[in-house]
Design a protein around this ligand. Structure first.
Ligand code: ADP
Ligand code: MG
Length: 165
C-alpha cells in the first residue's frame, strides 16, 4: 500500500466481496477513525456501511439504513458507529452549525456518505473510498489511504489478496 503513495484500487467482484471488505474494515476500525464514502447513488455506500457495522459487531447490522433524512444514525458496537449522510445538506457551514464535526473526535467510527458537502472540515486522518459501479454486481473502490490506515490495510490485503486487481 505505502509504495503506491497511499492510493490503491480495490476490485470487488460481487456483493459478497463488498460485504467481506466492509466487514474487515469494521474489524480494523479504531476509536476516532473516519471513513468517507464517495460515489453516485446506488454505488454501494450504504451497503458497504452495513458490512462495516457487522464487522464492528453492531447488533442487527442488516438493519443499518441510509440516514439521509436524519443525517446521523448512531449505533452501539465494539466501538460506537456514527453513520452520516450529507446528501441533503448544502455545505460545511451547515455541518458545523449542526455540530456534526464534533463526532469526528469522539471514540467511535464515523462513516460519511456524500463527504463532498464537508469539504474543508474533514480530518486529515480519514480513509477516503470512492465507489464506482460499472453497471453489474462488481464495484471498483479507489482508496486514498492516510498513514493511520496503511499498516491495517496491508494486513487486510495480505489476508485477502483477491481484493486487489
Ligand atoms: P448508495 O448508498 O451508494 O446509494 P446502496 O448501498 O444503497 O448505494 O445501493 C447499492 C445497491 O447495489 C444495492 O441494492 C446492492 O444490493 C446493489 N449491489 C449489487 N452488487 C453490489 C456490490 N458488489 N457492492 C455493493 N452493492 C451492490
Ligand atoms: Mg446511501
Amino acid at each position: 500500500v505505502s509504495d503506491m503513495g497511499g492510493q490503491i484500487s480495490i476490485y470487488l467482484k460481487n456483493l459478497e466481496e463488498t460485504r467481506l471488505f466492509g466487514c474487515e474494515l469494521g474489524k480494523l476500525a479504531l476509536p476516532g477513525d473516519v471513513i468517507c464514502l464517495d460515489g453516485d447513488l446506488g454505488a454501494g455506500k450504504t451497503t458497504l456501511t452495513q458490512a462495516i457495522a457487522q464487522g464492528l459487531q453492531v447488533p442487527d447490522s442488516e438493519y443499518v439504513t441510509s440516514p439521509s433524512f436524519a443525517v446521523l444514525h448512531q449505533y452501539p458496537g465494539r466501538i460506537p458507529l456514527y453513520h452520516m449522510d450529507f446528501y441533503r445538506l448544502h455545505d460545511a457551514a451547515e455541518i458545523l452549525d449542526l455540530g456534526l464535526d464534533e463526532y469526528f473526535s469522539l471514540s467511535g467510527l464515523t462513516v460519511i456518505e456524500w463527504p463532498i458537502r464537508a469539504a474543508g472540515i474533514l480530518p486529515a486522518h480519514r480513509l477516503d473510498l470512492t465507489l464506482e459501479n460499472p453497471g453489474d454486481d462488481s464495484r471498483i473502490i479507489r482508496c486514498t489511504c492516510p498513514p493511520e490506515w496503511e499498516a491495517r490495510l496491508a494486513v487486510l490485503f495480505s489476508q485477502h489478496p483477491g481484493l486487489l486487481p
